[in-house]
Write a protein that binds this ligand. Structure first.
Ligand code: GDP
Length: 581
């Protein structure tokens, strides 16, 4: 019996999968997903239902109510909601030897049949594939290091992640790491269960492994889109592309060619013949030849744009990737490209960024844990990356950390892993916004990781004793709490005279009780009503500025930002003292 996917039926009926699923929901078949399969009988039922009831325009309300759970568009800072649908940009991640490179090659070569052999894709770090006129932009660097490296400066190049898991091997250490990195990026993922041509392939086992990672496959009633493939012999590649396009449709990826340019550098190098070369993914707006551009700490004028097939093009629109020639220097991967109107402005901006980056005061490399605390005070969440010598140790640390409860501060463990703190951990830490600690328990950071952490200003803390580790994290959380203050009363004064001076009004006061300090706060009361609380701008005795005046004496007090003082008003002075958490 043939089985069909919902999106295929939608295509037959000439309706988008999203509309189709929504309409079926309205017609009493909720919960269907575009990637679900149905048998002949269900197929007939669905088609009848849909055609009988009429393909009425789904109401806006219904459209909002019933998007399939797994691909509900997320709210992201950089989300573009206007413009035309654009090609999704995908990255391939997964454990070593599971077939990432083979999949990238297979996708690419599926598109190159008609072209001459050799010399097709030279440098561009991404290429486009086409399925019935719909395009997918594939980033050609496999692995989560590259993926997170691109994100390390806060820019997101990838829309959808393809997680490759070999069917003969299952979910392995780097698969789990890749899952953590994808989750940290908050983008949808599709699992390609690869090598199904192998005799010992066991797709069910992979499904089980995925479920254990919280990625229950759709076929098992979960939300994770899985596609069994063989990258080696090309089996099911088209279905994988279908799924990518489907998820893209659900994500409602858009780009507006007329908007301001948003483009992310995904690769850069110095070419002997062509000078600095940067591959960029355009997410919004249009990049054109001759544009004046700034990227990271360098600038230039676009000399040439080269697309994924090695052809020179005049412009690059949303969802495409191109090589850009014409920058003065090689920009950092993950930085964004901006278009300015004047070359002088571009030069100035690039120079300013360079000097800021070089100034020791601003260098992130100078960040200490203290600085993290300072940064952290506006945040309500501490993110952690945990590495330990064994799974047992890892679990113990995780349990202890999860048990910590400090105010309302949340803790999020982005990644846990066995082994030394690695470059990939540092990249992940630098790709998140907000405070993030990399913590090693019984393990150290390897040399490269330490260098990268210094460069990127990531704080790595390693401990041999769990008690020290927990104490430090608890301390960090406490420092993140917004500090609480209590008032310590100093004294009171009566206002007996008023003097107008050029900068405001001075109250001639008699200190009735206690004392007043220049650094104290003042509260002004008139007939018992509080009219002002704030700073003291000046405190004088006769002509002199003084720090303190004791009871029984007279002095002149000017309040900061309050000039409506009257004779007979009463002032109360107090200090604010931080209450220890
Ligand atoms: P990567 O490390 O994830 O990039 O893995 P590669 O793409 O280099 O593949 C590792 C090995 O697996 C190579 O020998 C590939 O030929 C082989 N391989 C990749 N995909 C498949 C597949 O679908 N079927 C089989 N039988 N072998 C595959």
């Amino acid at each position: 019996m043939t089985r069909r996917r919902i999106y295929e039926i939608a295509r037959e009926l000439d309706v988008t999968s999203k509309e189709f699923v929504t309409r079926l929901g309205e017609l009493g078949m909720p919960g269907l997903k575009a990637s679900n399969t149905v048998d002949e009988e269900e197929y007939a039922l669905i088609v009848n239902l849909y055609t009988d009831e009429g393909a009425a325009e789904p109401t806006a309300e219904a459209a909002e109510e019933a998007p399939p759970a797994e691909v509900r568009p997320r709210e992201r800072r950089t989300r573009v909601t206007t413009g035309d649908p654009r090609a999704p940009v995908v990255s391939v991640l997964g454990h070593i030897d599971h077939g990432k490179t083979t999949l990238l090659d297979a996708l690419r070569s599926s598109q190159l049949v008609e072209k001459e052999a050799g010399g097709i894709t030279q440098g561009v770090a991404a290429y486009q594939v086409d399925l019935r006129g719909q395009k997918i932009t594939v980033i050609d660097t496999p692995g989560h290091k590259a993926f997170t490296g691109m994100r390390a400066r806060g820019a997101q190049a990838t829309d959808i992640a393809i997680l490759v898991v070999a069917a003969d091997d299952g979910v392995m250490a780097q698969t789990v790491e890749a899952i953590d990195h994808i989750r940290a990026a908050d983008i949808p993922m599709i699992v390609a269960v690869n090598k199904i041509d192998k005799a010992n392939a066991d797709v069910d086992r992979v499904m089980g492994d995925l479920a254990k990672q919280g990625l229950t496959p759709e076929a098992w009633g979960g939300d994770t889109v899985t596609v069994p493939i063989s990258a080696l012999n090309g089996e099911n590649l088209e279905e994988l592309m279908e799924m990518i396009l489907l998820v893209a449709e659900m994500e409602d990826l858009r780009g507006d060619p007329d908007a301001a340019l948003e483009a992310v550098i995904i690769e850069s190098h110095l070419s002997a013949g062509r000078g600095p070369v940067a591959s960029v993914v355009v997410r919004n707006g249009t990049l054109r030849e001759k544009d004046i551009i700034v990227a990271d700490q360098t600038y230039g004028r676009v000399k040439a744009l080269i697309d994924g097939s090695g052809t020179r093009c005049a412009e690059a629109t949303p969802g495409t990737a191109v090589e850009v020639l014409g920058l003065q220097e090689v920009p950092a991967v993950g930085s964004t490209l901006e278009v300015l109107s004047k070359i002088n402005e571009a030069k100035r901006l690039a120079e300013r960024r360079r000097s800021e980056a070089e100034s020791p005061r601003r260098s992130r490399a100078q960040l200490s844990v203290e600085d993290l605390f300072k940064e952290a005070q506006e945040e309500e969440k501490l993110r952690l990356i945990l590495k330990a010598g064994s799974t047992g140790a890892l679990e113990a640390v995780r349990r202890e950390i999860e048990a910590l409860q400090v105010g309302e501060i949340e803790k999020e463990i982005l990644l846990t892993g066995v082994g030394a703190v690695s470059e990939s951990d540092i990249l992940l830490a630098s790709s998140v916004s907000g405070p993030c600690l990399v913590v090693g328990f019984g393990v150290k950071a390897d040399g490269k990781a330490t260098q990268l952490a210094d460069r990127n200003g990531v704080i790595v803390m390693t401990y041999e004793i769990i008690y020290d580790l927990i104490e430090q994290i608890e301390g960090t959380l406490k420092r993140m709490l917004a500090p609480e203050f209590r008032e310590v009363s100093l004294g009171t004064a009566e206002v007996r005279d008023i003097f107008k001076i050029p900068v405001g009004v001075v109250a001639g006061c008699y200190i009735a009780e206690g004392r007043v300090q220049r650094s104290a706060k003042a509260r002004l009361l008139r007939d018992g009503e509080e009219l002002f609380v704030g700073e003291i701008a000046s405190l004088r005795r006769f002509e002199d500025d003084v720090r303190e005046v004791q009871s029984g004496r007279e002095c002149g007090i000017r309040l900061a930002e309050f000039d409506d003082v009257q004779i007979g008003d009463r002032l109360e002075f107090f200090l604010l003292e931080e209450v220890p958490a």
